[in-house]
Design a protein around this ligand. Structure first.
Ligand code: E4P
Length: 214
């Protein structure tokens, strides 16, 4: 499972990119709004740091507007992926963009039926929102697992990005479910490296090394 960063914070992306674990980035209008900068400026900067896919979301809710925005966004850098909401107009836009070889990430996916429609329209990626399903008492990871099984069974090329990841348990469970990618908030990626036994083990090794020199 590849790791994408789920943030529009350029400093965070720059820092974690040095770890060598960042394969891509996803943003959304809420994350861009937090930066106080324009989407174009932020996406341009992120694409200078990260070589892999960088998702930028359209604001239009009608096919023609989405397609126009997508064409503009895709000119920012070759690795831009256009995020399209999972609505009827979005499906129409995905079909057009797919024919133009513009990569798409169908977002706000909450059911297996929506995932099938997105993949059928030709989406490059589809993003089930795990945490938001949990928020309404459903099992978001179960949706990811079901999507993995269905996409495998019917041999779809569309890749599954487990999104709306809130904690380490989500990361472990979507990995076990077979998600192609998880897009993870910076805070959770920091938690992924932590283990008290690693810290204790390292402390002991360094102490033993120092003592051996005496
Ligand atoms: C990423 O593609 C999504 O926009 C993001 O994961 C949503 O996460 P949230 O539900 O925590 O806002």
């Amino acid at each position: 499972m590849k790791i994408f960063m789920d943030t529009a914070n350029v400093e965070e992306i720059r820092e974690l990119n040095e770890w060598g674990i960042v394969y891509g980035v996803t943003t959304n209008p809420s994350l861009i709004a937090k930066t106080g900068h324009s989407q174009e400026d932020i996406i341009k900067e992120i694409c200078q740091i990260v070589d892999g896919p960088v998702s930028a979301e359209v604001i239009s809710t009608e096919c023609i507007g989405m397609v126009e925005e997508a064409r503009k966004l895709s000119k920012i850098a070759p690795n831009v992926v256009v995020k399209i909401p999972c609505i009827v107009e979005g499906l129409k836009a995905v079909r057009i963009l797919s024919a133009e070889c513009i990569a798409t990430n169908v977002t706000l996916v909450f059911s297996l039926a929506q995932a099938l429609l997105a993949a059928s329209a030709g989406a490059t990626y589809v993003s089930p929102f795990v945490g938001r399903l949990d928020d309404i008492g459903e099992d978001g990871v179960q949706l990811v697992e079901d999507m993995v099984n269905v996409f495998r069974k019917y041999e779809f090329d569309t890749e599954i990005i487990a999104a709306s990841i809130r904690d380490l348990e989500h990361v472990d469970r979507v990995m076990l479910a077979g998600a192609d990618i998880a897009t993870i908030p910076t805070k959770v990626i920091h938690e992924m490296i932590e283990h008290k036994l690693t810290d204790a083990g390292l402390k002991k090794f360094l102490l033993d090394y120092e003592n051996s020199k005496k």
